[in-house]
Design a protein around this ligand. Structure first.
Ligand code: NI
Length: 255
């Protein structure tokens, strides 16, 4: 069954019909999902969803664009949350240089603090890295993040960078972008990366695949992503779904 390793059903985009959507994706063959926090409030909601629904796991952390108000007490809170059995990773954390704010030094400070926390609580990490390839890699190498492992979510760099993360034991999160016409670089990465190291993700409500590009994304649409990966790797979509499900369980240490 499909494992959506990165989705935000806590987002207000689902406030009107969250329950119906969660029921619909189950009917469409989605077996498990990881709901990802992007700040303290959404991490809390992700946790609540994981307590409410059997098939939902939670990932808690603060996204680089949301670190401005962070305090040391937030790290302490995340440390407490990490003890809960359904919290399977720290994320999404990282660096995002697409916008000027928050300033880079502040992003790095809280990225490092959350990586340190992941090592301490022995959880894998979910990494958000946008237009910040070199700084992300330098920090991850300096901090020996192969120790915890994790996933580079919405992987957006070239094969050379993919290879380095694969060598560190990381998984690559592949979603709707791979179905876009202009995603040449990502298609090459998918062709070259071992299927055993790819996980499916929607990043819903964002980044819906073709033919739903621009619409609200949800886990059911991962069938289109699986079809594209299958086409690129010359295997069947069923194989993609089955292997990436095993990968996701290994990534998040779910038995
Ligand atoms: Ni996300």
């Amino acid at each position: 069954m499909i494992f959506d390793t990165h989705v935000h059903y806590d987002d207000e985009a689902f406030d009107q019909d969250r329950e119906a959507v969660l029921q619909r994706i189950r009917e469409d063959g989605v077996g498990m999902i990881a709901d990802i926090g992007a700040d303290i409030a959404s991490s809390k909601k992700a946790m609540e969803l994981s307590e409410q629904y059997n098939f939902i796991y939670a990932v808690v952390g603060v996204h680089p664009s949301e670190v401005e108000p962070m305090q040391p007490s937030d790290i302490a809170w995340l440390r407490e949350m990490a003890k809960k059995p359904k919290v399977v990773a720290i994320g999404e954390i990282g660096l995002d240089y697409h916008y000027e704010e928050p300033e880079r030094e502040l992003q790095k400070k809280w990225f490092k603090a959350q990586l340190e926390l992941a090592k301490e609580v022995k959880l894998p990490v979910s990494i958000h890295s946008r237009e910040a390839a070199q700084d992300t890699l330098t920090i991850m190498q300096q901090m020996d993040m192969q120790e915890t492992g994790g996933v580079i979510h919405c992987f957006s760099y070239g094969w050379e960078m993919a290879k380095i993360y694969l060598d560190m034991g990381f998984y690559l999160g592949i979603g709707g972008v791979v179905t876009f016409k202009n995603a040449k670089k990502l298609k090459e990465v998918v062709q070259k990366a071992p299927l055993e190291r790819i996980v499916l993700e929607t990043d819903g409500p964002y980044l819906a695949p073709e033919p739903f590009r621009g619409k609200r994304n949800m886990s059911s649409y991962l069938t289109y992503v699986a079809e594209k990966i299958a086409e690129l790797k010359k295997i069947t979509p069923e194989e993609v779904i089955q292997i990436t499900e095993q990968n996701a369980k290994r990534l998040y240490h779910i038995s």
